[in-house]
Design a protein around this ligand. Structure first.
Ligand code: F6R
Length: 248
């Protein structure tokens, strides 16, 4: 797997933002939509900040952009402070000229009976648009990408999943205690992510060094879904020095 290491997350985030901006501009030049796969969490925050700067200071427009977020907690109201809808609005969408109708985030409010159809429609919508042009990813300490926890199949699609205990512990600060973290989420599958034309997995800090080592150098296994990325030719890991510190 190609790995690029930068001195710090600020520098690395600018590189990733520029990759995304290049996709947007290229599609714009052809009169086409750019289809972006987006992640939430701490990792991409500075990428979004740089995209906002490019919009405000360098004329980057999001008018031709269609986004699909990886995941959302379930159940989750979109206006809750912990929702990924709120996260995306606050960290990106409220500050750029994207059309609201072009934003797609899994729906955390569905009745159980409608989840399967929603997930299928999410997949179909991505395919009908010609697939994701670029997908950005963080990595959880369980080795999850999106919320594809240990045990996820390489060909998995968008679906309702149960969050790993470690993932809920890592989210407990946002929710004021693990007991308040939803036990489930709707996530794009490993298979959905794999179909993206470019995939960039980002990781910062010593906290991620061990799981990054396993993802990049470990045996490919459903126990660490990020290891599946070793099988994809369109993947790049973008790391800061600390997250890369255990790579041989
Ligand atoms: C978020 C997502 C997750 C996170 C991962 C890392 O949409 O799909 O896989 O990328 O849990 O989270 P942070 O960035 O908060 O360390």
């Amino acid at each position: 797997v190609p790995v690029s290491v930068y001195a710090n997350k600020e520098e690395a985030s600018k590189v990733v933002a520029n990759r995304i901006a290049a996709v947007i501009r290229k599609k714009q030049a052809n009169g086409e939509h750019a289809i972006l796969g987006l992640a939430t969490g701490a990792t991409p925050v500075k990428v979004y900040a740089e995209l906002i700067r490019l919009h405000k200071e360098e004329g980057l427009s999001f008018k031709n952009v269609i986004t699909f977020n990886l995941d959302e907690y379930f159940p989750m109201q979109p206006d809750a402070i912990q929702s990924y809808v709120t996260f995306m609005n606050k960290n990106l969408f409220d500050h750029v000229d994207i059309d609201q109708a072009n934003i797609n985030i899994p729906d955390g409010t569905l009745p159980a009976s409608e989840i399967a159809a929603f997930c299928l429609a999410y997949e179909q919508k991505i395919s009908e648009l010609g697939g994701l042009d670029i997908q950005i990813l963080g990595i959880g300490r369980t080795g999850h990408i999106g919320f594809n926890e240990p045990g996820s199949a390489p060909n998995s699609g968008t679906r309702l999943v149960t969050l790993d205990d470690l993932t809920r512990r890592d989210a407990s600060r946002d929710f004021g205690g693990k007991e308040n973290v939803p036990t489930k989420a709707i996530t794009m599958g490993v298979g959905t992510i794999f179909k993206a034309k470019e995939i960039i997995l980002m990781a910062w800090s010593e906290n991620k060094a061990e799981i990054v080592r396993k993802a990049v150098e470990g045996e490919i296994s459903s126990e660490i879904p990020a290891t599946y990325l070793q099988l994809n030719d369109n993947v790049e890991f973008v790391l800061d020095t600390e997250a890369a510190s255990l790579l041989t």
